[in-house]
Design a binder for this molecule. Structure first.
Ligand code: MSS
Length: 369
């Protein structure tokens, strides 16, 4: 059982009963707490910080937060107040840790194979609304992109303790410049100034991209010719075999693959009519459909999406009413995106335990009496 004392200071305001506290930097939403209202309330949203968050003082006067823009024709430092004059957009995105589902990979390891990292199941994910200025508007105001720009590189505002190599600790991520028209520099989440826990005063949101690329406390945004050589980009968050080290030539954890999971029911029930519900999303592409099975994937039925469509980067809530007789059932869901990509039964094992999107592992086993 969790209580509020197990939440770290910067997350004390969260709903402790809805969360699993793995550590002060890794807090997961309980599977049954995601709800069916599409948007994840901030009190229930998971947290992942790679290093200690900056002091709470940085969110006291969010308008004064300064961001340095580089790699544009007219480089400049701007405050959030100035950014607010340049444009406004709102986007709903699935914010999901790259390691969400890592536990399912860890469960498959044999012999001396090892995948280190938080054993997240499904709860290192939420769907939230971000409001801020489109990066494109800022870049246009600053004279356009510099020559040869190939990446958008955002730097987190954490202080690096003296004596340590900043390259080893800085949360600095580069994403392909093809995202320039999608990226938002957000100051608001679900209608409120972004909390410290979620990256206020300003966060770089890369819709469709895995959690790590959504840099919190963003203090520098640069259009760069090459990817940053910060460790978190160079060797961390790379796709490689178990036992291998991360390296720049391996694929970076960028776009999220198509995924879904069931959120209800999670426990046995009386026989009769039951509403199976869950969430499904397509990462960069809109989710197009979801199949649901009560027999572990032997037979499938189409789930129905409910609620408003919040755009291609949001998740959709699905429902399937079923009539269940007494017995045991294995409930699973399998999503398809608008490009025809289908959630695999088992994704490829990888050394970081990243991007798990298999449909088999998050099965819900229930007894109907
Ligand atoms: N940012 C910064 N600045 N720092 C840190 O640490 N982390 C990451 C992102 N961003 C960080 C950042 C991660 S890693 C994630 S997931 C995310 O964030 C989370 O978010 P939230 O809000 O939920 O906490 Mo994995 O891929």
């Amino acid at each position: 059982a969790q209580d509020a004392t197990s939440l770290p200071d910067y997350a004390k305001w969260k709903d402790a009963d809805a969360l699993i506290v793995h550590s002060d930097k890794t807090i997961e939403t309980k599977r049954g707490e995601i709800g069916t209202s599409i948007i994840t309330p901030k009190e229930k949203l998971y947290i992942r910080n790679n290093v200690n968050a900056p002091p709470a003082a940085i969110v006291a006067n969010p308008e004064d937060w300064q961001v340095e823009f580089k790699g544009v024709r007219e480089p400049k430092t701007l405050t959030v107040a100035e950014l607010k004059t340049m444009g406004l957009a709102t986007v709903a995105t699935v914010l999901q840790c790259s390691g969400n589902g890592r536990k399912y990979f860890q469960d498959r390891l044999t012999g001396d194979q090892k995948i280190s990292g938080t054993p997240w199941t499904v709860g290192a994910a939420g769907c939230v609304l971000w409001s801020g200025v489109p990066l494109r508007a800022v870049v246009d105001t600053l004279g356009g992109a510099g020559d040869g720009a190939k990446f958008v590189t955002g730097t987190g505002g954490e202080e690096i303790p003296a004596g340590l190599d900043p390259k080893d600790l800085v949360v600095e991520r580069s994403v392909p410049i093809s995202n320039l028209d999608n990226v938002i520099l957000a100051w608001e989440m679900n209608g409120k100034p972004i909390s410290l826990a979620h990256g206020g005063p300003l966060r770089m949101i890369v819709p469709g991209y895995s959690g790590i690329n959504n840099v919190k406390y963003v203090k520098t945004v640069a259009l760069t010719e090459v990817e940053t050589d910060a460790k978190i980009q160079r060797s961390s968050y790379r796709m490689h075999a178990v036992g291998e080290k991360g390296a720049p030539e391996q694929p970076s954890i960028w776009e999220q693959p198509v995924k879904s999971w069931i959120t209800a029911p999670l426990e046995g029930a009386k026989s009769g009519r039951i509403q199976i519900a869950g969430v499904a999303f397509g990462g960069m592409n809109a989710v197009a459909g979801v199949d649901v099975s009560t027999d572990g994937g032997q037979t499938w039925q189409k789930g129905e999406f409910i609620g408003p469509d919040l755009g291609r980067f949001a998740w959709k809530v699905f429902v399937l009413p079923v009539e269940l007789a007494p017995g045991t059932y294995s409930l699973v869901s399998r999503a398809t995106d608008s490009e025809g990509n289908v959630q695999p039964e088992e994704p490829e094992l990888n050394g970081g335990g990243y991007s798990h999107n298999g449909w088999r592992a998050p099965a819900v086993e229930i007894n109907i009496v």
